[in-house]
Design a protein around this ligand. Structure first.
Ligand SMILES: [Zn+2]
Length: 257
């Protein structure tokens, strides 16, 4: 998700606060514990089947080797609220948010009727957790666009025509440049159009890095981010971009060609 302020939460709020009220029931699969209130069993079965599938697919798609296994005590926790109202009250997220991840505690929170939950929100939130396991939970070098790009890259349903739309935005000069992306916090914004642009560009940047330079290079980029905690250095070491602006201009020419 859509998390910046959530990072602040997860350092200070004990997990028991989420699990503590006795209304939650628990549903288990190999790598997940689902906490729910009145979701029907077939919803829980479908949810855990998909989550188990994404557990393998996402690492595979990003080229990561898993070294943290989500078994037994290490299972990820999914809190499934009955309604969007309960979800928003508990999480403080804006109305457009369909789910959020607290990567440090491997918690995902969402609600039963969240649109596109199984196809988009679930893999998106799992992408956040798996990416952070790779680059480090407390790594300050990770810009939000990169994090949201990795997460959005996992979504299964895409708006058609993203490239043409972004090309139009670039030509009209109404796209967000990299420093614009870095200074934008979707969780604090109710400007849906801008939020949408932020996510599309973040996705597109990731798609560019992986399709242009390959998965192995992306794994190396993540390792450089993890080891050096410095975006500029990781970009230079991995992709030979001397500055962020070089990444931006080469992404732009790819979109426009
Ligand atoms: Zn996200």
């Amino acid at each position: 998700m859509r998390r910046i302020k959530l990072f602040i939460f997860f350092f200070f709020i004990p997990l028991s606060l989420f699990a503590g009220d006795g209304d939650w029931k628990q549903f288990k699969s190999t790598h997940f514990l689902v906490y729910y209130k009145s979701a029907p069993e077939d919803t829980l079965n479908r949810l855990t089947e998909r989550a188990e599938k994404y557990y393998n697919d996402i690492t595979e798609e990003l080229g990561f080797n898993r070294f943290n296994f989500w078994t037994w005590e290490e299972r990820a926790k999914i809190y499934l609220f009955d309604t969007q109202g309960e979800y928003m009250r508990a999480t403080g997220t804006p109305e457009w948010s369909g789910g959020e991840a607290l990567p440090g505690t491997k918690v995902i929170r969402t609600f039963v009727t969240a649109p596109d939950f199984l196809d988009n929100i679930l893999p998106h939130e799992m992408g956040h957790i798996i990416f952070r396991e790779m680059v480090g939970f407390n790594n300050p070098a990770i810009p939000l666009w990169l994090e949201e790009g990795v997460a959005s890259y996992q979504e299964k349903k895409r708006t058609p025509g993203i490239k043409a739309y972004l090309a139009g935005q670039i030509q009209k000069k109404s796209f967000m440049d990299l420093s614009g992306l870095e200074g934008f916090y979707p969780a604090n914004s109710n400007d849906r159009e801008k939020v949408e642009l932020f996510y599309l560009e973040s996705y597109s940047m990731l798609d560019y890095l992986i399709s242009e330079f390959g998965k192995d290079r992306f794994v190396l980029f993540c390792q450089n981010l993890r080891d050096h905690k410095d975006l500029r250095r990781a970009l230079a070491l991995t992709y030979s971009f001397g500055a962020r602006e070089e990444l931006e201009s080469s992404w732009k020419s790819c979109i426009l060609r």
